[in-house]
Design a protein around this ligand. Sequence first.
Ligand SMILES: Nc1ncnc2c1ncn2[C@@H]1O[C@H](COP(=O)(O)OP(=O)(O)OP(=O)(O)O)[C@@H](O)[C@H]1O
Length: 244
Amino acid sequence: MNSPGITFEGSATIAGASVLPRIALDVAAGGWTCLLGPSGIGKSTLLRLIAGIADEAEFSGRIEASDGASLGGRVALMSQSDLLLPWLSVTENVMLGARLRGEAPEPARAAALIDEVGLASHAAKKPDQLSGGQRQRAALARTLMEDRPVILLDEPFSALDARTRAQMQDLTARLLAPHTVLMVTHDPSEAARLGTAIALLEEGGLRFWPAPPGAPPRAVTDAATLETQGALLASLRGAAEGAS
Ligand SMILES: Nc1ncnc2c1ncn2[C@@H]1O[C@H](COP(=O)(O)OP(=O)(O)OP(=O)(O)O)[C@@H](O)[C@H]1O
């Protein structure tokens, strides 16, 4: 799979109010870029702009793929709200993309992914019969099913308990290894485990942070990973205190 990098330069407003400060971000091809920052700063807006669905925002700038081709049809976004269709089962939700595009469904691949996210015994259930964490795993399976070169993840593991979260991080890192990933997270340990690049989005713009050495997913007990986690948390706290 040819997974392009992304160059993003610009800012966005809604009705004249800033919803994303002016930033320049290079998302490395085949890398896993983690984006942290305070609530309301514009992280989801950035993902929606790259996905081409931020119709509500006025964007000024440029968004380009490193191979020069259009990003259209090459991006999958897992948004913060799971957007599962309530009248479809987990299996039908996971196969929804193919159905919407009029393509042949792949039930065996869907079943394998549903099994990998730990929902095999829930595959026939509707979203309102699932817990928040189960819904999030169903949405993750649907995103992985799309298998696009560029994957945008908006707090994909936020509703999961610590053990399941670590398992889903491992699974996602394995399945998305050749892809270009941009992930929003509030969790410094997640960024330290998974990021090949780490950026903090703040009022003043982006601040880049060195990722720990080694390929993700890094062990939760890895010393350099723990050190990065601690330093990131301290920096985020410092930024919050500076803003208050
Ligand atoms: N439809 C909308 N109309 C007006 N303002 C909006 C709209 N959607 C988002 N905003 C505003 O845009 C800003 C950025 O929102 P965004 O969801 O991108 O932030 P975020 O960094 O992802 O926050 P969080 O971490 O809480 O998810 C916020 O101030 C929000 O109130």
